[in-house]
Design a protein around this ligand. Structure first.
Ligand code: 3PY
Ligand code: MG
Length: 242
């Protein structure tokens, strides 16, 4: 579990596959990290050493809804998975089933990395009900079916991708939280989560938007990504006013 009190879990996406950088980024006051296999620079071989470098819970945003990648990600010790570009109920079911061992699911039993004594997030047959499974709602099609998607058994929550979602909805500007149509979409997903007792997560790289999302009651808020904040900090280095 990654929630210990009433407040949201504040998360940071990682796009740079460096174990050393990840150690350094523990100075940032976030609660968890998400290794981004979809748009980050992580290849499969990068994931294991980077998870090992993390002393906070690690989620993995999958590159695709693929049972092999799902099994390996959990074997490495991910606390949970975020599955991108979910389109419908069948894809959500396939995702969740790939996360669980039989009899509920179809995951293959191979406790390699996670059986190591120093592993942070031990997973075994008994513990697999703690896996966090987030289905990303980031297409118009998924938004239309969100009530059905939310009823897939053992889904932990829905995770909103405001950038893809606004592109898919044909909105003017990607990820513009001031757009009333995107606001309505966010509200629809959030309300669906409330109705179905699911957690709701969102990618929110602008601090003002993130604050509003925390006020709304979001459970998981990703505050952007490593390269965004490193770049931003670097731009303020020279102590001369322009
Ligand atoms: C999106 O907003 O589309 C995302 O995938 C955020 O990571
Ligand atoms: Mg996306």
């Amino acid at each position: 579990m990654i929630w210990f009190d009433e407040r949201p879990n504040f998360n940071m996406f990682l796009s740079i596959p460096s174990p050393y950088l990840i150690e350094v980024l523990h100075a940032w006051p976030v609660d968890s990290f998400t290794i981004d296999r979809q748009h980050g620079q992580f290849d499969a071989a990068h994931v294991r050493p980077c998870i090992r470098a993390c002393k906070k819970p690690v989620l993995i945003r999958l590159a695709a809804n693929d049972p092999t990648e799902i099994g390996k990600s959990l074997d490495y010790g991910a606390a949970g998975l975020i599955c991108p570009m979910i389109e419908n109920v069948a894809a959500t079911q396939a995702f969740v089933e790939a996360c669980y061992y039989p009899p509920f699911g179809k995951r293959s039993y191979g406790p390699v990395r996670v059986s190591e004594p120093e592993g942070y997030f031990l997973r075994n047959r008994q513990q697999d009900d703690h896996i966090l499974t987030f289905a990303m709602i980031e297409t118009q099609h998924a938004l239309e079916q969100v009530e059905q998607i939310a009823q897939v058994p053992r889904l932990t929550g829905l995770y909103i991708g405001p950038f893809d979602l606004s592109v898919s909805m044909g909105l003017q500007k990607p990820g513009d939280y001031t757009d009333p149509l995107l606001q309505a979409a966010i509200s629809k997903v959030y309300t669906t989560c409330q109705t179905n007792q699911l957690k709701c997560g969102i990618f929110s790289p602008n601090p003002n938007d993130a604050r509003n999302m925390a006020q709304l009651g979001m459970d998981l808020i990703s505050l952007g990504l490593d390269e965004q904040w490193i770049t931003q900090a670097g731009k303020q280095l020279i102590p001369i006013p322009n």
